[in-house]
Design a protein around this ligand. Structure first.
Ligand code: AMP
Ligand code: GLY
Length: 417
């Protein structure tokens, strides 16, 4: 089977690593890929905006399956373009991707499907949202409607902060619709499931650590590290989350004639009154994929193809026993102004079934491997206990050297086993 993989982050390296292990793999083309994906397939430097040329490439190379990593091309309709020429795609249509690309749409679908979520009000301007807060008071979580690369949500503590958040978001991300949402309290967990339009394969519950600093302090980032599975979600609870928070939305999308084929990612708050959905993503998380993909036993490529063609056989994929802890190593200056070009040493000796290195912001320069982005690489430790997985990840992380390297020290620490 010839595969075209879209994206260039650590998530796509994890997907390429696993897809390349399939006995069914033929050619693997990564567009544009990164230093890590080049170990498993061929990188093709390509601008994703040039969709016609991309479709031509897929046809010329007899691609059997397109796998899409990031949300932006999905929201732009990349899956629709390949579907139109008869090439199966793992990744939803632009219509189904709206569960991520429009928070207001996600709320409509959740209401229709009876999914538990925070109460929300939608406004077509910042002024209207601010007027509501001024006349009704209250503390609201402020969100912009569209894709915002993780920068579209503020959780204020009082009315003044709520009004300031609306103003700030409006100046950072102009011309957006706004949501004011009831603030939920609890622990967060991410539940991802492969989906073929109707059936699900639910992956182990995962927890990202989005703040830059230990103990969840400092600015928000794309994600500093992931633990999976998390022990505070029992198998019974996971089934309940799939049943109440994911399956109804998948069914509602199918009923609308826009079936969801790809990976559906539910951000969940475990509240006192049960799990509630904070958001959906229409893709694997990054770095969630770097912890979850190594926990999948069996042929992921076969499963992705089955999702794309509506024929998922959930019993065929198994979950590897044990834990995965992914620690993200960042470049000097991340997240504000990451520095590029620092030489990286100590990666060569790594990569076995206990530790896997997933490249994100790296490049091959004239002096060898160097930093080329904010999140440089993810180091995933595997173990039969959480503690063992964490120790393996941190031991390997310590052996990788580059000027300005920094990472969190507390990934997987809270509930050592
Ligand atoms: P989202 O992109 O909607 O998941 O929001 C990003 C982060 O904001 C979440 O991971 C939560 O930590 C926080 N958040 C979002 N919505 C709420 C809410 N209704 N109540 C409390 N925290 C929230
Ligand atoms: N790590 C969070 C995300 O991918 O959305």
């Amino acid at each position: 089977m010839n595969v075209l993989l879209i994206g260039s982050g650590g998530r796509e390296h994890a997907l390429a690593w696993k897809i390349a292990q399939s006995p069914q793999i033929g050619k693997l083309l990564c567009v544009p890929g990164n230093t890590g994906t080049a170990h498993h397939g061929h990188n093709v430097p390509f601008l994703l905006d040039h969709m016609d040329a991309l479709v031509d490439l897929a046809q010329r190379e007899s691609i059997d399956l397109v796998v899409v990593g990031p949300e932006k091309p999905l929201a732009d309709g990349i899956a629709d373009r390949f579907t139109a020429v008869g090439i199966p795609v793992f990744g939803p249509s632009a219509a189904a991707t709206q569960i991520e690309s429009s928070k207001a749409y996600a709320k409509v679908i959740m209401a229709e499907a009876g999914v538990p979520t925070a109460i929300a009000h939608v406004f077509d301007s910042a002024e209207a949202a601010a007027a509501f807060v001024r006349s009704n008071g209250g503390v609201w979580v402020v969100k912009v409607d569209g894709l915002a690369q993780g920068k579209g949500v503020v959780v204020p503590n009082n009315v003044e902060e709520t009004l300031a958040a609306i103003e700030q978001l409006n100046s950072d991300l102009p011309d957006q619709h706004f949501l004011l949402e009831e603030r939920l309290v609890g622990r967060e967990v991410s539940v991802l499931a492969l989906c073929d339009g109707s059936r699900l394969v639910v992956l182990p519950p995962a927890r990202d650590h989005k703040r830059l600093g230990d103990g969840d302090v400092g600015p928000n980032t794309g994600g500093m590290g992931v633990v999976a599975p998390v022990d505070d979600v029992s198998p019974g609870q996971l089934d309940q989350i799939a049943l109440t928070c994911i399956q109804p939305v998948v069914d509602a999308l199918a009923a609308r004639g826009t079936p969801f084929r790809g990976v559906i990612y539910a951000g969940i708050m475990l509240t006192e009154t049960g799990p509630k959905v904070l958001e959906y993503n229409a893709r694997f998380g990054d770095p969630e994929a770097q912890a979850l993909v190594p926990l999948i036993e069996g042929d992921l490529l076969e499963a992705l193809y089955a999702c794309a063609t509506g024929k998922l056989q959930p019993e065929k994929l198994r979950r590897r026993k044990g834990y995965a802890v992914c620690v993200v190593l960042c470049a000097a200056g991340y997240p504000e102004q990451p520095r590029k070009g620092d030489s990286i040493r100590g990666v060569e000796a790594l990569d076995d079934d206990k530790v896997i290195i997933f490249h994100a912001g790296t490049a091959l320069g004239s002096t060898g491997l160097c930093t080329a982005g904010g999140r440089v690489m993810g180091v995933t430790g595997m173990g039969s206990t959480l503690r063992q997985a964490r120790e393996r990840a941190y031991e390997a992380a310590a052996g990788i050297r580059f000027d300005g390297k920094h990472h969190r020290m507390d990934i997987g620490k809270e509930s050592s086993s």
